[in-house]
Write a protein that binds this ligand. Structure first.
Ligand code: HEM
Length: 481
């Protein structure tokens, strides 16, 4: 008997059509504007305002912007997998970790890896987070109050979240040097991934727009250059060429850096194994090493553990440092809401709290949700149709890449992904943010340049913490501090 999903596909009403967008109107204003400004985020808004929730960008590239449609796609893990592009990009660093794995490999990992983030470990995670917040936030703020010198919100957020990740995921404390080396490599590798990804999306879009304007097949190249001059798309052509050149010039260097980063992960595993005290600890890596001895888990080889370590670093560090940059920056602008301050000031012992902190402190959670929607660390994710499918009543041909514009959905339920593949670190990130906020409200911060905003660095995450310009602020202990 066929599985239920296949039955529902066969009996589903015939898909209406391909989504509107560049397939129906290749010379739309949004595309012209994108060619000139290269602002992808504005493009997403413009396209969804003009065409609605599902937009075609080329015959095999669509974009979904509405929450329902994004959820429908993410829920359908059978027909939509992660995009094949990750095989030659992301996987060189994180292998078949939880983020990239599909099918049987994912099925094997899911229960085991997720259980290392189980509720029973949160007491220990909270102690580490609070300790690191004290070490990084309190100390920096105190120093600035005392010396009257400013500090960089971005560097502070990176150091804080790096130390939290190193200790709670891998048990490495003082020797976060390895983690720091990993971070340095990450910036380069992510840049490379992001440029390849941008070219991968933009090139077929541009080709489709151009092809729909070329009337005389024999004079194609002449028409192409005239079109580029007239439409302004020449700038996009140059950008794509630059991204591709960067990708090919740095191909070998990126592979070498990724290999070096994975060697760093192997070293972290070795340190953990050699640590006699590890037995009673519950950092994520110790749990994974413990699970290795279970006869059911022969698949959990050292190589697979390296994949997970690299995955947690990549997925769990920069996202949270971007969130902290925003929280610190907003605090320095006096934007931490009064009800959050009141709620957290009267908070009892958070470490031993039974409930997850985001459930226990609703004002803080409401604020964090707003911040995550306004400044999402992950702006979009991508899926690829494994067969001809239907989504939101539209036909999605096999092989189509679908960009899921999480930020356009403006729904906290999708900010961390949705369904079976929702973020494994969601609760961890929220705990970290609530504990961080509680320390933050004891100080006042003031930006050196009140007009300065976090700068987006378009990588795999939004990359506020990678801002090339420091965001300087001074701090002062408040009466309640
Ligand atoms: C503010 C912080 C964070 C945000 C906004 C965020 C966002 C996301 C999103 C949107 C996804 C879904 C991607 C997709 O379906 O394609 C995801 C998945 C994932 N995240 Fe996070 N994340 C955050 C923090 C973390 C942390 C702290 C970890 C710690 C390990 C983590 C690990 C992962 C992993 C392993 C996945 C893949 C889960 C799976 O496929 O089963 N993330 N995250």
């Amino acid at each position: 008997m066929p599985p239920p999903a296949a039955v529902s596909r066969e009996t589903a009403p015939k898909a209406r059509s391909l989504p509107p967008g560049l397939l129906t109107k290749p010379d739309c204003r949004a595309a012209r504007k994108l060619a000139k400004t290269m602002n992808f985020y504005e493009f997403v808004d413009d396209m969804s305002a003009e065409f609605g929730a599902a937009v075609s960008l080329s015959p095999k590239l669509f974009m979904f912007t509405a929450s329902d449609l994004i959820k429908e796609t993410l829920r359908n893990t059978q027909d939509f997998h992660k995009d094949a592009l990750i095989d030659t990009t992301f996987k060189i660093l994180v292998g078949e970790g939880l983020f990239t794995a599909e099918g049987r490999i994912y099925d094997q990992q899911e229960r085991v890896i997720k259980s290392a983030f189980g509720k029973k470990y949160f007491g220990e995670f909270r102690r580490i987070i609070d300790d690191e917040c004290e070490r990084h936030l309190d100390e920096a703020f105190e120093r600035s109050s005392r010396d009257g010198k400013p500090f960089d919100l971005c560097a502070q957020s990176v150091d804080l979240t790096m130390s939290i990740a190193a200790r709670s995921f891998f048990g490495v404390g003082g020797e976060t040097e390895l983690a720091r080396r990993f971070r340095k490599g990450l910036v380069f590798v992510q840049d490379w991934f992001a440029k390849l990804q941008a070219a991968h999306f933009a090139e077929p879009m541009l080709r489709h727009i151009e092809d729909s304007h070329l009337r005389l097949p024999i004079l194609k190249s002449l028409q192409r250059s005239v079109f580029r001059g007239l439409s302004g798309s020449g700038e996009m052509v140059e950008a794509i060429a630059e991204w591709k050149a960067f990708a090919s010039d740095n191909h070998a260097a990126v592979h070498a850096t990724a290999a070096d980063m994975r060697a760093g992960c192997a070293k972290i595993i070795e340190l953990r194994r050699r640590d006699g005290d590890a037995r009673g600890k519950n950092d994520v890596l110790t749990s994974l090493l413990r699970f290795q001895s279970d006869p059911e888990n022969t698949w959990l080889t050292d190589e697979v553990v390296i994949d997970q370590v690299a995955t947690f670093f990549v997925a769990g560090h920069e996202t949270t440092s971007d969130l902290f940059v925003t929280l610190l920056w907003k605090h320095a602008r006096g934007e931490t809401p009064k009800e959050v301050v009141a709620e957290l000031e009267s908070a009892s012992d958070m470490i031993c709290e039974e409930q997850f902190l985001f459930q226990r402190y609703p004002a803080a959670y409401a604020y964090l949700s707003r911040v995550l929607l306004e400044h999402p660390p992950i702006v979009f994710t991508v899926r690829q149709a494994q067969r001809d499918v239907e989504a939101g009543g539209y036909a999605v041909p096999r092989g189509t890449t679908v960009i899921l514009a999480l930020n356009a959905a403006q729904d906290i339920d999708v900010a961390f992904g949705f369904g079976r593949r929702q973020c494994i670190g969601r609760v961890f990130a929220l705990e970290e943010a609530v504990l961080g906020l509680r320390r933050l409200i004891r100080f006042e911060l003031a930006l050196e340049d009140p007009a300065q905003r976090p700068q987006m660095t378009q990588g795999l995450t939004i990359g506020y913490s990678r801002s090339p310009v420091p965001i300087l602020a001074r701090s002062k202990r408040t009466a309640r501090g």
